[in-house]
Design a protein around this ligand. Structure first.
Ligand SMILES: CC(C)(COP(=O)(O)OP(=O)(O)OC[C@H]1O[C@@H](n2cnc3c(N)ncnc32)[C@H](O)[C@@H]1OP(=O)(O)O)[C@@H](O)C(=O)NCCC(=O)NCCS
Length: 156
């Protein structure tokens, strides 16, 4: 395998099939095809894909999204393909999402994460997210609580 180019860009219709597959792998089907199409059209949604070129074929290995709501970035999705986790791609994508949010002059970021999602919690902690609350039994399938995290952006 020759790994050549890593790219982060806005999701387009071209990558939708791969994105649905990634969504299924990481979340068991969080958003539908129509849901993703709506996000592409929405002016308040920043939906990024992280791709790599493998032997001249573009593969989507990461997906990240936030919604701009007032002065806040609501992070709705962050996922890296299981075969590519633990190699720094999550950090790369989160860095880009937070940069995009700051470029839009948003002041802080928030998200919900499963209390047992050690990888994600460790990642968000490294980026300065702090726990601000808890939603009891937020994940219906597991009964797991969600932690609500916030991060205030530094003033430029
Ligand atoms: C959470 C997720 C996006 C992290 O992506 P990743 O590419 O694996 O993460 P990275 O390789 O960039 O690692 C970033 C940090 O995550 C944490 N992390 C990664 N793998 C870990 C592991 N096996 N155990 C504990 N922490 C881990 C570490 O803090 C790591 O920082 P470090 O490399 O300085 O130690 C990825 O695991 C994923 O897609 N999970 C499934 C979907 C999900 O739960 N998304 C979050 C929803 S809120």
């Amino acid at each position: 395998m020759s790994l050549e180019i890593i790219n982060i860009k806005n999701l387009t219709k071209k990558e939708l099939d791969q994105v649905l597959e990634l969504d299924h792998l990481c979340f068991g089907g969080l958003w539908s095809l129509d849901g993703y199409k709506r996000e592409i059209e929405s002016p308040n949604s920043c939906l990024l894909v992280l791709t790599i070129d493998i032997n001249n074929t573009e593969k989507v290995i990461g997906l990240g999204c936030f919604w701009s709501i007032l002065e806040e970035a609501h992070l709705t999705i962050l996922a890296i393909h299981p075969d590519f986790q633990g190699q720094g791609f999550g950090k790369l994508l989160l860095t880009k999402l937070l940069k995009e949010a700051q470029n839009k002059s948003l002041e802080r970021a928030t998200l919900e994460v499963g209390e047992n999602n050690i990888k994600a919690l460790s990642l968000y902690e490294k980026f300065g997210f702090k726990e601000a609350g808890r939603r009891k039994k937020y994940y219906k399938s597991t009964g797991e609580d969600a932690l609500i995290l916030w991060k205030q952006f530094e003033i430029k």
